[in-house]
Design a protein around this ligand. Structure first.
Ligand code: AMP
Ligand code: ZN
Length: 117
């Protein structure tokens, strides 16, 4: 999508601090980190605007995203971490390109998401 910021990051039109990349998936550091480790993991293609649009056809890449998150967590030496997906405006979603937050490196406690408004 031409006006989607994460599509622009995926194609390199907007720079990002990449931590993982393959043909289908990109992981980069969040611009406004809410924890010492705050990484966003996205499908490069705009396969869904939110988790609500995940289908049986797109589910395999979501599974691969979770495998990438587990690999990143090992690399970042995170024993405990939180995976967050904000689905919809009232849930705090601000970018309408499917993405998962990997948060760690601090005690996340009982906070619901680890993300402060
Ligand atoms: P969400 O609120 O769940 O939609 O998450 C969107 C996230 O994208 C927020 O945590 C933002 O800080 C982050 N973000 C927005 N623009 C950029 C950017 N150019 N580079 C890295 N992270 C970004
Ligand atoms: Zn997009």
């Amino acid at each position: 999508m031409s006006d989607c910021i994460f599509c622009k990051i995926a194609t390199g039109k907007i720079p990002s601090q990449k931590v993982y990349e393959d043909a289908e998936i990109l992981a980069f550091r969040d611009l406004i980190p809410q924890a010492p480790t705050h990484i966003l993991v996205i499908p490069k293609a705009h396969i869904a605007s939110s988790a609500a649009e995940i289908t049986a056809e797109t589910a395999p890449i979501v599974g691969r995203i979770f495998a990438v998150i587990a690999q990143l967590a090992r690399e970042q030496k995170l024993e405990s971490y939180r995976i967050v997906n904000n689905c919809g405006e009232d849930a705090g979603q601000t970018v309408r390109h499917l993405h998962f937050h990997l948060l760690g490196g601090i005690s996340l406690g009982a906070m619901l998401t680890g993300i402060q408004e």
